[in-house]
Design a binder for this molecule. Structure first.
Ligand code: PGA
Length: 263
């Protein structure tokens, strides 16, 4: 039986002061629900403060991205050892927004090239995180155009195959996947629970082929994309969905706690 996992992805929101207030409120609302694993991923600047405030709770802290090199002349980047020092237990990798694929396009087409995550950089990042014992959360998912073209399963399989290429399955027991259809992120168009369940099942059988059945059985597969307090119960009740990666709704402690409770 896999323990459910609910992760808040705050994206580029909250100053340290705002993060502190949000965490203090989250602790009051969420802390007692110890039968669910819970993590919040604030921006890099608020990780240290979040960790300090969460020290004696069961809510863990994660990061939203990492660079795969240990150190060096990589201006603007953060390494896995730096995240480990801050007490991060999780790190999101390959989020569609890092890949330049936005559910609701707020960035001009001409700037999309700056978001350069690929399946290959995802693979390097997962390796760096494993080396530092940080649990990677690999985001996969198709765009609306890919879904309309009937390429959904193929796109997700490719993201998994290249993202995990050459990694020893024995290193992946603490790894999670988040199925996040790009068209559902930040748009309010939540994927229907039956289809989200089918995709999470497809991801699990792909993991069984790429890795092995034992690992595929323990890996937690989350759904992300417009998860809210009023739809999380139905999503989390699906047999293949082991929790959620929650963006917008995780910014409000009351709705985040309702989502955690529904898990
Ligand atoms: P959303 O974002 O819940 O705001 O749709 C989810 C995510 O991007 O992880």
């Amino acid at each position: 039986m896999r323990t459910k996992l609910v992760v808040g992805n705050w994206k580029m929101n909250k100053t340290v002061a705002e993060a502190s207030a949000c965490i203090e409120s989250c602790v009051k609302h969420v802390d007692a629900k110890s039968n669910v694993d819970v993590a919040v991923c604030p921006p890099f600047t608020a990780i240290a403060r979040a960790r300090e405030l969460l020290r004696n709770t069961h809510i863990q802290v994660g990061a939203q991205d990492v660079f795969w090199k240990e150190n060096g002349a990589f201006t603007g980047q953060i390494s896995a050892s730096m995240l480990s020092e801050l007490g991060c237990s999780y790190c999101i990798v390959g989020h569609s927004e890092m890949r330049g694929r936005f559910g609701k396009l707020e960035v001009s087409e001409s700037s999309l090239g700056y978001f350069s995550e690929t399946d290959h950089t995802v693979n390097l990042k997962i390796r760096a995180l494993i080396y530092h014992s940080i649990n990677p959360i690999l985001c996969v998912g198709e765009t609306e155009a890919e879904r309309s073209a009937g390429q959904t399963d193929e796109v997700v399989r490719r993201q998994l195959t290249t993202g995990l290429e050459g990694i020893d399955p024995a290193e992946l027991y603490f790894f999670s996947v988040a199925y996040e259809p790009v068209w559902a992120i930040g748009t309010g168009n939540t994927c229907e629970s039956a289809e989200a369940n089918r995709m999470c099942g497809m991801i699990r059988s792909t993991l069984a082929e790429l890795l092995n059945a034992d690992v595929a059985d323990v890996v937690r597969i989350l759904y992300g994309g417009s998860v809210r307090a009023d739809n999380s119960r139905e999503l989390f009740d699906q047999s293949e969905i082991d929790g959620g990666l929650v963006g917008g709704a995780s910014l409000d402690p009351a709705s985040f706690s309702r989502i955690v409770m529904s898990a």
